[in-house]
Design a protein around this ligand. Sequence first.
Ligand SMILES: C[S@@+](CC[C@H](N)C(=O)[O-])C[C@H]1O[C@@H](n2cnc3c(N)ncnc32)[C@H](O)[C@@H]1O
Length: 188
Amino acid sequence: MRLLKEFVRDPGGIGTVLPSSKQLAIEMTSGIGLEKAETVVEVGPGSGVFTSKILKLIDAKTKFFVVELNPRIHKHLTEKYPNVTIYNESAENLPELIKKEKISSVDVVVSSLPWVSFPAELQTKLLDAIYKSMSKGGRFSTYGYIHGKIMPRGHSLKKLLKTRFHTVETSEMVWQNVPPAFVYKCRK
Ligand SMILES: C[S@@+](CC[C@H](N)C(=O)[O-])C[C@H]1O[C@@H](n2cnc3c(N)ncnc32)[C@H](O)[C@@H]1O
């Protein structure tokens, strides 16, 4: 209900009306080294489906923080995860936030940012901020919906990922998700 309400207020900023499925959460968080990472950041968590999964996978010593732009979603998340640091900021500010957290770079970034809702300039700004904040060899996972495969902004995201990251892998379609979605897993 919360995502639906926020989608009605700001469709472009939210990008979906339904939380991600368990199956998408598994695909987003597997094979990206969360279990061994020293530093992990989640950007655009929405309802927190991936946050819960990340918390189950990371070590107790891992430094983990979350960045959510929408103030109402942020408030809800701070109540749901009282022990997690959750910034009410844009992921564009990630380089400043890692300084604030007294770390030099992030090993794993998990992103639910609604890329196809964003104009090309914002896609570039956000991805550059994330890339700049990552450790060499760091991992980045993000997802797109099936319709994004034929949308120009979906193509521009793929191009951006390929021109920056060392490797970009695309998962099989997760058909159980509504709408069906696929995951990009990238290595810096
Ligand atoms: C597609 S929804 C996330 C859905 C999530 N996977 C779930 O299961 O609920 C996208 C989220 O990204 C957040 N967001 C959008 N732009 C952002 C930005 N620049 N920085 C951080 N969060 C942002 C939105 O407020 C929203 O919570």
